[in-house]
Write a protein that binds this ligand. Structure first.
Ligand SMILES: *[C@@H]1O[C@H](CO)[C@@H](O)[C@H](O)[C@H]1NC(C)=O
Ligand SMILES: *[C@@H]1O[C@H](CO)[C@@H](O)[C@H](O)[C@H]1NC(C)=O
Ligand SMILES: *[C@@H]1O[C@H](CO)[C@@H](O)[C@H](O)[C@H]1NC(C)=O
Ligand SMILES: *[C@@H]1O[C@H](CO)[C@@H](O)[C@H](O)[C@H]1NC(C)=O
Ligand SMILES: *[C@@H]1O[C@H](CO)[C@@H](O)[C@H](O)[C@H]1NC(C)=O
Length: 232
């Protein structure tokens, strides 16, 4: 009897809550699946509890919903743009094993999130995000290069944006909304067109002209793998 009434109560409880709380956004046919992530990066099948920074590790299953939500929120829909952004995230975080810069130890202050942005971008992201704006401003003020900002303060600002929802969305924010024009990489339409076109030249222009780093074969092979899995 107890069990039955508990069961009925649970049904009622679930029914009420599923009516009032839309916890999950509807699945979208263009969503990246956890299985696709494991095809690109097999180590995302599980997190190794003995590995370093294990609290920062996320599996494919954990990461996929946040990645898909961020692509939707920033209206990034082409396979070419998604492949470039996702492969950058995987490359920068050792396949989602960490989301703070650790190397060389103790790591560069304030650098992190799932695309391992440097502090000036972490700071802009925290200021431009309504839920973290006032805390970021109180901690570090409006100018990311103000020399009075200490390493601890940079890390505290970074902590504001390390929750999965913000951390897995920062690469999309960077691409669409960072910088003085709040247009990110898409301030240059021809750069965005190059990614949509899925060409090697387009991807290289993104890496050198917007991420401001250099093209290496390690990076290129993650991008090629990602593009091939997302295209199939
Ligand atoms: C887990 O991490 C530990 C420590 O880094 C390592 O020795 C071990 O080989 C890893 N196990 C797997 C299955 O990767
Ligand atoms: C599905 O994803 C596409 C591409 O990201 C997006 O344009 C569309 O709004 C999404 N639809 C829903 C219902 O989320
Ligand atoms: C702050 O971080 C920089 C870069 O890692 C380091 O060189 C410097 O010694 C740190 N400052 C303090 C006070 O720890
Ligand atoms: C930010 O601080 C740096 C270093 O003090 C200074 O050179 C720069 O002009 C400041 N930027 C703004 C927008 O105030
Ligand atoms: C825009 O991107 C193209 C590559 O698509 C590059 O050749 C050009 O220099 C960029 N323009 C600016 C103003 O950065």
């Amino acid at each position: 009897m107890m069990l039955l009434s508990f069961y009925i109560f649970s049904l009622f409880f679930n029914a009420v809550f599923s009516m009032v709380i839309p916890c999950h956004r509807p699945k979208n046919s263009s969503d990246i699946t956890p299985f696709q992530l494991t095809l690109i990066a097999p180590s995302t099948r599980a997190c190794n509890i003995s590995a370093p920074f294990t609290d920062e590790c996320r599996t494919a299953e954990q990461a996929a919903p946040f990645i898909n939500k961020a692509f939707d929120d920033y209206a990034i829909s082409s396979v070419g743009e998604k492949a470039a952004i996702l492969s950058l995230m995987l490359f920068e975080t050792g396949d989602f094993k960490f989301d703070r810069n650790h190397f060389p130890a103790p790591g560069r202050p304030g650098q992190g999130t799932r695309n391992l942005m440097t502090f000036p971008f972490v700071h802009q992201y925290a200021l431009d995000t309504p839920s973290t704006h006032s805390r970021a401003l109180a901690l570090a003020g409006p100018n990311a290069t103000d020399p009075s900002i200490t390493n601890d303060t940079m890390n505290a600002v970074r902590d504001l944006v390390l929750g999965d929802e913000l951390s897995f969305a920062s690469a999309m924010w960077f691409y669409k909304a960072s910088g003085p024009e709040r247009a990110g990489c898409t301030a240059n339409q021809s750069l965005a067109d190059g990614l949509v076109a899925q060409t090697r030249q387009g991807w290289e222009d993104y890496i050198t002209g917007c991420i401001f780093t250099s093209v290496t074969e390690d990076r290129a092979s993650v991008w090629e793998k990602t593009l091939s899995v997302l295209s199939s």
